[in-house]
Design a protein around this ligand. Structure first.
Ligand code: FES
Length: 120
């Protein structure tokens, strides 16, 4: 099992299969829906990333954007976001950012963690 770094505790997440490793090529993104979350799953420089698939500018699907060197460029107005932390790469000090999701690789599967529902 290979965990990638994330700021949140992974015990706060439920991990779900999102894609097989060979389904995602380097420099590519795809959209997956898990437990009501619409998530952009990306591969860049041989690492996998998962961030919200809604651009915080006007809601375009980021998974259809251009991916290079750990960044995705929104297909609508070319804003760039960092895949590792969801920050707006054009203005990294801005509070504007995409939600990120932790990833685990188990055998040939990419698992994405979504926050566990809190008991009501
Ligand atoms: S909708 Fe993404 S940059 Fe405008």
């Amino acid at each position: 099992m290979n965990d990638q770094p994330n700021t949140a505790e992974h015990s706060d997440y439920d991990f779900h299969p999102a894609a097989k490793l060979d389904e995602l090529k380097d420099g590519q993104g795809t959209s997956v829906r898990i437990e009501g979350h619409v998530i952009g799953l990306f591969k860049s420089n041989n690492e996998h990333f998962a961030i919200s698939d809604f651009c915080p500018h006007q809601g375009a699907s980021l998974s259809g954007g251009y991916v290079e060197d750990g960044l995705v460029m929104c297909p609508w107005h070319a804003w760039k976001f960092r895949l590792n932390d969801g920050a707006w790469a054009d203005s990294p000090k801005s509070p504007l950012r995409c939600q990120t999701y932790p990833i685990r690789i188990v055998d040939d599967q990419i698992l994405v963690g979504v926050p566990k529902e809190q008991p009501k």
